[in-house]
Design a protein around this ligand. Structure first.
Ligand SMILES: Nc1nc2c(ncn2[C@@H]2O[C@H](COP(=O)(O)OP(=O)(O)OP(=O)(O)O)[C@@H](O)[C@H]2O)c(=O)[nH]1
Ligand SMILES: [Mg+2]
Length: 295
């Protein structure tokens, strides 16, 4: 039996969380077309008869903007050093620059067994794949290279096999019914944030935190959920609410549908938009909003 932890590392928006969801077979992390979707370290557990892979999703590598980004990058750095293997995710469709090669090289250089998932091959010319594989190898990055598409489920089985091959002999770390280390309440907040990421332009979702105030199952089996959408500026609040509350109604309705799917029961969701100026640059406010509490 082989078991171990695998840090999933790569640039922001590379497709790390999507790949973990597909490998695990369940949604453990939210996904969006905007960079900086993942803020926390999230475990996704894949159990087979003969072993277990504990994926550690990390915030994508991104330019520093504020205290929140700093904290996110620190999470990624510490995670990458404290695992049995690294799954380095590269967005093949985005091209391969010297900077990309440098970044992959940096993690390869840690001396931890590493595998490369070259993803999004469903939306790029196949001819480029061998050339990019060669460029990485020529730069001294001799990690096994797997072209995959998380969206189309292509080559995922082969990648899984490759990852198991890097892990040490050992017993499972989690019981087999566990797929994530995060609570239902955490996922509820994340589903709300996902819908905001999908609906609004970058500046707004980057400054949003979700605080779940009520998360309660009623006797009849339905859920009562009340949450705050905390943003950084009064004009962001106005945009989040929208004309006659239309924007907030729309995102709340999409979020509620996903929450119902996730909890398998009817949800009564109320949302409230609040302003906490510059929370993402204040360590104390960040902590209050649930970031950086687990040092
Ligand atoms: N076409 C295509 N799109 C993909 C694939 N994998 C991910 N995507 C898209 O790429 C975008 C980013 O995906 P995420 O999984 O959120 O990326 P991430 O690396 O976790 O991003 P951060 O958490 O921000 O670092 C989303 O719009 C996904 O739908 C793929 O295999 N094919
Ligand atoms: Mg992510």
């Amino acid at each position: 039996m082989r078991s171990g932890t695998v840090a999933v590392i790569g640039k922001a928006n590379a497709g790390k969380s999507t790949l973990i969801n597909v490998l695990v077979g369940e949604k453990v992390a939210i996904v969006s077309p905007k960079p900086q979707t993942t803020r926390d370290r999230i475990l996704g557990v894949l159990t087979r008869e003969d072993g277990q892979i504990v994926f550690v999703d990390t915030p994508g590598i991104y330019r520093r903007r504020n205290a929140l980004t700093d904290l996110m990058m620190k999470t990624t750095e510490t995670t990458s050093k404290d695992v049995d293997a690294i799954l380095y995710v590269h967005d093949g469709h985005g091209g391969l620059t010297d900077e990309d090669i440098g970044l992959a090289g940096k993690y390869y250089g840690l001396g931890i067994p590493m595998i490369i998932a070259y993803t999004k091959i469903d939306i790029m010319p196949a001819e480029r794949i061998p050339a990019d594989a060669k460029a990485l190898a020529e730069a001294g990055i001799e990690a096994d290279f797997y072209p995959v598409s998380a969206r189309r489920g292509k080559n995922i089985k082969a990648l899984e096999k490759g990852i198991f091959g890097l892990l040490p002999e050992g017993d499972k770390l989690f019981s087999e019914d566990v797929v994530s280390d995060k609570s239902e309440k955490f996922m509820i907040a994340e589903l709300m944030r996902e819908k905001i990421l999908l609906k609004f332009d970058e500046e707004i979702p980057h400054g949003v935190a979700i605080v779940v105030n009520t998360f309660q199952k009623r006797e009849n089996g339905t859920w009562e959920i009340n949450l705050d959408i905390v943003c950084e500026k009064p004009n962001h609040k106005a945009i989040l609410i929208g004309k006659q509350g239309r924007a907030i109604k729309e995102v709340s309705s999409f979020a509620r549908q996903d929450m119902e799917k996730f909890l398998g029961a009817k949800v009564f969701l109320t949302t409230y938009v609040k302003v906490r100026e510059e929370w993402s640059d204040s360590a104390a406010l960040m902590k209050e909003l649930g970031y950086g509490g687990e040092e």
